[in-house]
Design a protein. Structure first.
Length: 449
């Protein structure tokens, strides 16, 4: 048995788990850790996406035509997403075998270090091809780190929470993502008021360097959180278990595939609207960069609110019914949202973004943490949930900006093809979720056995 200190909500003598209410001091600390830690990690990860749409094509991919440079920039963005499933597997393995807490601390240190180095990286004009190669390497480190972050942050909250509040507790890790996006957008917006030459020379680096302070805050909070009680209930048998990843893919392949197809819908919205659309309306339409970033910040804040409500309703109605509302809305609104972007008006861009992120993505993403966790038993939950989440983000958000950029280039500037692809992703997600058993009433303690 490990010498780790047992939290108050550990297994009792009769095999039942004592769980605190969400209002207890311990639970508030756990939820704060899940939210703030996730926000900091996703601040770093999303900051790269924002810089890829506005900066990297001009700093690290010089000598190319604007469209090709943007495509190359979005390609490095996709590399980070490709690393996320690997990070989920690696960190999930240790999270299921050793514990959730230590893995979260490691992932945060990796992310903060990579972001800081990106902020210090010389441009291609000074060091040539070394610059984009180093950028890609650091992006891979970011992908590995965030691959281990979400699963641990979500499970620390969910596995401490009462059964009837699991969906809401798990959503704090989900809310951390758009909260990090708000911080990113405000930070980049603040430096974007600089003249273009100063912004591209040094202004964009400031938000990356801020990561040092944010990671320090996150570590202080996470070090004070107790280990998951459901993991501690199985700790004695951790070394006896087989490789979690192999068990996930051999015993639960259907859960991985269906969960990934469902999650892709939410992440297609994110990649399309918060990365590609930002570059489109600034570079192609000519909207003011700072105004667009401010709209994006408001949209991210609305996403946090939407996640909050969707998660709470998922505890009452179930994960599937709530998520189906968002999936159906996404399929119906895909083409109208593309039309609003083509109109080239800031207010229409704002409406499109608010509908896409504040309503569609939030309604799907709010219950998604509990949805993925309830697909797998405790002994492999970190690995299984992380794999589903990271595959969803890789396929949905990681490749969307690059693919849509290519489709727009091939289509001569029209956006209807992008809308059709988006609607298709939602239709696939709707079919996939029909094959998933509702998990709201699942007994996670019984699944320990």
């Amino acid at each position: 048995m490990s010498n780790a200190v047992k939290p108050q909500n550990q297994p009792t003598g009769d095999g039942e788990l004592k769980v605190p209410s969400l209002n207890s001091p311990q639970m508030r600390r756990i939820l704060a850790s899940s939210f703030i830690g996730s926000a900091i990690e996703f601040y770093d990860f999303i900051l790269y996406a924002t810089a890829a749409s506005l900066v990297f094509n001009k700093v690290f991919f010089i000598g190319l035509t604007p469209g090709v440079a943007l495509f190359a920039s979005f390609s490095t963005l996709a590399v980070g997403y490709l690393a996320r499933p690997l990070g989920g597997i690696v960190f999930g393995h240790f999270g299921d075998k050793v514990g959730r807490k230590g893995v979260l601390i490691t992932s945060m240190l990796m992310m903060g270090g990579a972001s800081t180095l990106i902020g210090l990286l010389p441009p291609a004009a000074q060091i040539g091809m070394i610059a984009p190669i180093a950028l890609i390497t650091l992006r891979i480190v970011q992908g590995l780190a965030v691959g281990g972050e979400w699963g641990g942050a979500m499970l620390m909250a969910l596995e401490h929470a009462p059964k009837e509040r699991r969906g809401f507790a798990a959503s704090f890790a989900n809310m951390g993502g758009p909260a990090g996006a708000v911080l990113v957008t405000l930070a980049v917006s603040a430096v974007s008021i600089l003249p273009d030459d100063q912004f591209l020379a040094w202004g964009w680096r400031i938000p990356f360097l801020i990561s040092i302070a944010l990671v320090g805050i996150g570590l202080i909070i996470r070090l004070k959180v107790a280990e998951s009680p459901l993991f501690l209930a199985l700790e004695d048998k951790a070394e006896e278990r087989k490789t979690p990843f192999l068990e996930v893919i051999t015993k639960y392949p259907g859960s991985v595939i269906r969960g990934t197809l469902v999650g892709m819908s939410s992440y297609t919205v994110q990649g399309l609207m918060t990365v590609w659309a930002v570059a489109y309306v600034v570079e192609e339409v000519g909207m003011d960069r700072t105004a667009v970033l401010n709209v994006k910040a408001i949209g991210a804040a609305l996403t946090v609110v939407g996640i909050w409500f969707a998660a709470r309703y998922s505890d009452r109605l179930g994960r599937r019914p709530v998520m189906m509302v968002g999936i159906a809305a996404g399929a119906v609104m895909a083409l109208p949202i593309m039309w609003m972007l083509e109109m080239g008006e800031l207010w229409l861009f704002a409406i499109a973004l608010f509908i896409a992120n504040g309503i569609i993505q939030a309604t799907i993403f709010g219950p998604f943490g509990a949805f993925t966790a309830e697909l797998f038993p405790t002994r492999i939950r970190y690995t299984g949930a992380s794999l589903v989440y990271q595959l969803s983000s890789t396929v949905g958000a990681g490749f969307t900006p690059m693919i849509v950029t290519g489709l727009v280039l091939l289509g001569g500037g029209t956006l209807w093809i992008a809308g059709a692809v988006w609607a298709g992703a939602f239709i696939v997600a709707g079919l996939a979720i029909r094959g998933v058993k509702e998990g709201r009433e699942a007994d996670l303690e019984a699944e320990n056995l």
